[in-house]
Design a protein around this ligand. Structure first.
Ligand code: F6P
Length: 522
């Protein structure tokens, strides 16, 4: 059975939220903190190594309670169960959505079309483990009998963003293999990678569910031609492996059938890093760390599936997102990581959120009459403080932001880390509370700007009242990264349920591709 089809705007809770908004639109964070001394503690949610502080959002307990009623009115509980148990919730493509099964350690079977998918997942994981072990240990040899030193992942979209973001984020834990990613059909992108590698010691992992994607196949062919300048067709099998469902096309390419890793139609591209699509992660970190990543994701899955909504982190984050998008008319949300390792996270999340929920037709086939998918963007602190933060602090838009920070740095340089985190908290505080006219006046006076005071004063005021969520995590590890990604995946899912859209297709990316093909032919 598919997800229920409930127009959120017709629910009792939505109507209550509209009424509530008339009062809530005057919320002011300074006042909310003055009126409730416990606010700093009352909006904090702890789970495992995560601490989520919602206190600097433009909400009261009443807002949250109305939002939680919305989750009940759209029967989110029912949707979550269907999501985890293999219902065909990707209705437009007739597929289940089971990235959660990929990381599950439980014995509970997950049935798709009458068959338990868990055994195939276990087999694929064993294959990933054995293969990664061979390459990392040097047992896997290239055509001149040398061990592999470099991995090149060839893929695009979900076959690139996820593995690339994870490899980059967990660089600290990386082994001796150098990992590169080629995605863009831009030949210059390919050449820049080829410059860095040696055909004798490089393993190419072609990741393409369909094995027909123009960019990936073009890049794979160019790279194979380059490889064949120094090797023979008989050597291709030692240097190219594939992750795909299109076995015939992969074999035609010259890859040994033994070296094809599976993908399944019940795993969407943008949620696939937990499958063999993550092979380059396992190669780069070793299988054990890959497993830790999966285990972290599973931890968050269990929290999401079993926690009451009023304590459920992905649910709360999603409800907040709907509050901002549909009631406060915010158009975008920002993600700011105070760890340079996470610099690719916004790009990865853009696909997760915007390819999933950038939909204008509801589950009834009708055009929606309300806003759906938010624009997601972001960067790393502190670099972004020297860039677009001006607009967030003193511009005219409200952009709710997630600030992600870590209690510990990886190399343990406390001086740097204290400065980094002082900036993390400083930004959050500046956004929330701003600087009043009186405070700005005093500052100018103290700084001896008496002559210019009246002229400068308006420019020195910060209105504040800019919302943000502080996500502090103990330490960046495979486990906590897995939890973080899974948290956002479930946020995507809940948004889609609340907006009554189908989150797991992506027909919107097709038209441009079709036209590009036509143009090439003409
Ligand atoms: O961008 C659309 C998309 O279909 C993504 O969902 C997918 O991750 C990507 O293209 C690549 O597709 P494939 O893995 O089939 O090459």
């Amino acid at each position: 059975m598919a997800l229920k089809n409930i127009n959120p705007t017709k629910t009792e809770a939505w109507k209550n939220l509209e009424t509530h908004y008339e009062n809530a639109k005057h919320y002011n964070l300074r006042r909310l903190f003055q009126e409730d001394e416990e606010r700093g503690k009352g909006f904090v949610y702890k789970f495992d190594d995560f601490n989520i502080d919602l206190s600097k959002n433009l909400v009261s307990k009443e807002t949250l309670s109305n939002l939680l009623s919305l989750a009940n009115d759209v029967d989110l509980k029912d949707a979550i169960e269907k999501y985890f148990t293999g219902d065909i919730i990707n209705v437009t493509e007739g597929r289940a959505v089971l990235h959660t099964a990929l990381r599950s350690n439980s014995e509970e079977p997950v049935i798709v079309n009458g068959k338990d998918v868990k055994p195939q997942i276990r087999t694929a994981l064993r294959k990933i483990k054995a293969f990664s072990g061979k390459v990392i240990s040097g047992k896997w040899k290239g055509y001149t009998d040398k061990p592999i030193t470099d991995i090149v992942n060839i893929g695009i979209g979900g076959s690139d963003f996820g593995p690339r973001m994870v490899v980059e984020s967990l660089k600290y834990y990386q082994n001796k293999l150098n990992t590169h990613f080629v995605s863009n059909v831009d030949g210059d992108h390919v050449q820049e990678i080829l410059k860095k590698i040696n055909p004798e010691t490089t393993l190419f992992v072609i990741v393409s569910k369909t094995f027909t994607t123009q960019e990936t196949i073009t890049n794979a062919n160019t790279i194979r031609d380059w490889f064949l300048k120094s090797a023979t067709v008989f050597d291709v099998a030692k240097h190219f492996v594939a992750v795909s469902t299109n076995i015939d096309a992969v074999v035609n390419f010259g890859i040994d059938k033994k070296n094809i890793f599976p993908m399944w139609d019940w795993v969407g591209g943008r949620f696939s890093l937990w499958s063999a699509v993550g092979l380059s992660i396992s190669l780069s970190l070793g299988f054990d760390k890959f497993r830790e990543l999966l285990d972290g994701a599973e931890k968050m899955d269990i929290h999401f599936r079993t926690s009451d909504f009023d304590q459920n982190i992905p649910v709360l984050l999603s409800l907040l997102s709907v509050w901002y998008n549909n009631f406060l008319n915010c158009e975008s949300e920002a993600i700011f990581s105070y760890s340079h390792y996470l610099k690719d996270l916004p790009e990865y999340l853009q696909q997760a959120f915007m390819e999933s929920n950038g939909k204008g037709v509801d589950r009834n086939g009708e055009e929606v009459t309300y806003q759906t998918g938010t624009i997601v963007w972001g960067s790393v602190g502190t670099n972004m403080q020297h860039s677009f933060m001006q607009l967030l602090h003193q511009g005219t838009k409200i952009i709710p932001a997630d600030f992600i920070g870590f209690e510990e740095s990886l190399y343990g340089d406390n001086d740097h880390h204290n400065k980094l985190m002082a900036n993390f908290y400083g930004q959050i505080e500046a956004l929330a509370f701003g600087k009043t006219r009186e405070e700005a006046h005093l500052d100018l006076k103290v700084n001896g700007k008496l002559d210019d005071l009246a002229r400068l004063l308006p420019y020195k005021v910060f209105s504040g009242n800019k919302p943000s969520t502080a996500i502090t995590i103990k330490k960046l590890t495979p486990k906590t990264l897995g939890m973080l990604i899974s948290m956002y995946e479930h946020k995507v899912f809940v948004q889609g349920v609340l907006w009554n859209v189908y989150s797991f297709d992506q027909f919107g990316v097709e038209l441009g591709k079709e036209l590009a093909k036509k143009m090439l032919k003409s």
